[in-house]
Design a protein around this ligand. Sequence first.
Ligand SMILES: NC(=O)c1ccc[n+]([C@@H]2O[C@H](COP(=O)([O-])OP(=O)(O)OC[C@H]3O[C@@H](n4cnc5c(N)ncnc54)[C@H](O)[C@@H]3O)[C@@H](O)[C@H]2O)c1
Length: 174
Amino acid sequence: MKNLMNTDCLPILRIFPYDWGLATRIKTRLNLRVRNLKLLVTGGLGFIGSNFIRHMLVKYPGYEIINLDKQTYAGNPDNLKDIEKNPNYKFICGDICDSKVVNKLMEKVDHVVHFAAESHVDRSIEDASVFVKTNVLGTFTLLDAALRHNIRKFIHISTDEVYGSINQGLVCGN
Ligand SMILES: NC(=O)c1ccc[n+]([C@@H]2O[C@H](COP(=O)([O-])OP(=O)(O)OC[C@H]3O[C@@H](n4cnc5c(N)ncnc54)[C@H](O)[C@@H]3O)[C@@H](O)[C@H]2O)c1
C-alpha cells in the first residue's frame, strides 16, 4: 500500500487524514507546481475549508487566497485567526448565491475550490430550502461565473449526499 502512495501528497494528507483519495485528487487537479496561483476558496471558515487554506498558505507562500464565506452557524472565524493578517489572504463575507459578488471575485482568480455548503444534513429535515439555495443555486452561480471568467480549474468538494450513492462498485472522483 505504501508503495502506491505519492509522497508528494503527504502534507495534504495531514489535513485530510481520513481520505487519501480526496487529498490526491485536490493536489492533482490544482497542478500545485503552478507558481503564484490565485485561488478563490468558498466556505473557508468551515471545517475542511479552513484547514485547506491554512495548509496552502504555509506550503505555498506565493499563492493568493480569497475566502468567500457567508459566516453561517457553521463558519467559525476563529478557525483562521492565526492567518488573518497574512497579506496573501483576504476574507470576504458574502453569499455564493450572490452573482454580483461571485462575478467580481472571479475576475481576480484563476482557480476555484468550492467547499461552501449546508453540510449538516439533519437540519434539512426541519427546512430544506436553504440547502437547495446554497448547495444547488450557489454551486450553479459559481459554475456560471467560472465559465464567464475562464477559470482554469474548478474543484467542488462535496459528498455522496449531493452526488448520490451507488448500489455497487466504486466511484472515481475524476
Ligand atoms: N466534514 C466532513 O467530514 C465531510 C466529509 C465529506 C464531505 N464533506 C463535504 O465537504 C464540504 C465542506 O464540508 P465542511 O465540513 O467543511 O462544512 P462546514 O459546514 O464545516 O462549512 C461550510 C462552510 O460554508 C459556509 N457557507 C454556508 N453557506 C454559504 C453560502 N451560501 N455562501 C457562502 N458560504 C457559505 C459556512 O459559513 C461554513 O463556513 C461540504 O460539501 C460537505 O458536505 C464534508
